[in-house]
Design a protein around this ligand. Structure first.
Ligand code: C5P
Length: 237
């Protein structure tokens, strides 16, 4: 619980995986260090979390070669600490969790998702009142989905999309539960591309919170202009 004895709200720590190299961006630096307006992508992401009074601490997971994060003004913020990540995103998240120390809940958010809206963050945090397992932001699949045998092979069939959702971040879980499930899944050799799948592997069922589709992950060069567009509009509605 929060160290402030007059405040009974749960202690929430954010973990920000930022140790990827972003090879799909084809740029000279990892995508989280590209700029949108006067700030880098990762600064926009950090500020989107710190705008919520319940997020008092953020563990930023960086790569062993990272020389850029410590040069950002935000690195001096006392609410921010850093730890070195691993080969896969899940390894980085685990390193972040191991650095958290103690918390009731942990919120994991990709450094490369700078357009998080406060309404989405609020609705995700509300699940603390209704769930002991936690949950994630997600958006319904809107395009028709095709299945192939491998790569660019011809279409085998169309997948029924009615009950399909895109998993986004942030994802919010009880700290000890996520630490246990992620460690267990990784030790079992399971491919873990988001936190929820680690819980699913351990037979828990995270809650889906319908989120905004503008919470995009900057992955391809063309995503940067789109992220800039969304960030410019974020504060106007
Ligand atoms: O590669 P992808 O877009 O799925 O990465 C999502 C987030 O995970 C990014 O913020 C990236 O920096 C982070 N990541 C990480 N450690 C890795 C790979 C990715 O922290 N080994």
């Amino acid at each position: 619980m929060n160290s402030n004895s007059t405040d009974s709200s749960p202690d929430i720590v954010a973990v920000l995986p930022a140790a990827g190299v972003g090879s799909r961006m084809r740029t000279d630096r990892p995508k989280q260090y590209l700029t949108i307006g006067s700030k880098t992508v990762i600064e926009h992401t950090i500020f989107s979390l710190l705008q919520h009074p319940k997020i008092q601490r953020i563990v930023v997971v960086i790569s062993p070669e990272d020389k850029l994060f410590s040069a950002l003004p935000v690195a001096q913020d006392p609410r921010i600490s850093t730890v070195v990540g691993g080969e896969q995103r899940a390894d980085s998240v685990l390193a972040g969790l191991q650095h958290v120390g103690n918390a009731s809940w942990v919120l994991v958010h990709d450094a490369s998702r700078p357009c998080l809206h406060l309404d989405d963050l609020n609705r995700l945090l509300d699940i603390i009142n209704v769930s002991k397992v936690g949950g994630l932001l997600a958006v319904p699949v809107r395009d028709t989905i095709k299945c192939v045998s491998v790569g660019m092979a011809p279409v085998l069939h169309t997948v029924e999309r009615e009950n399909l959702w895109h998993a986004l971040t942030p994802q919010l879980f009880p700290f000890k539960l996520l630490l246990f499930c992620l460690s267990h899944a990784l030790n079992s050799g399971i491919t873990v591309t988001d936190e929820a799948s680690a819980l699913e592997y351990c037979h828990y069922h995270p809650v889906l919170v319908s989120g905004r589709s503008d919470n995009i992950k900057v992955t391809y060069p063309e995503d940067l202009a789109l992220a800039e567009f969304h960030i410019t509009r974020l504060h106007s509605y």
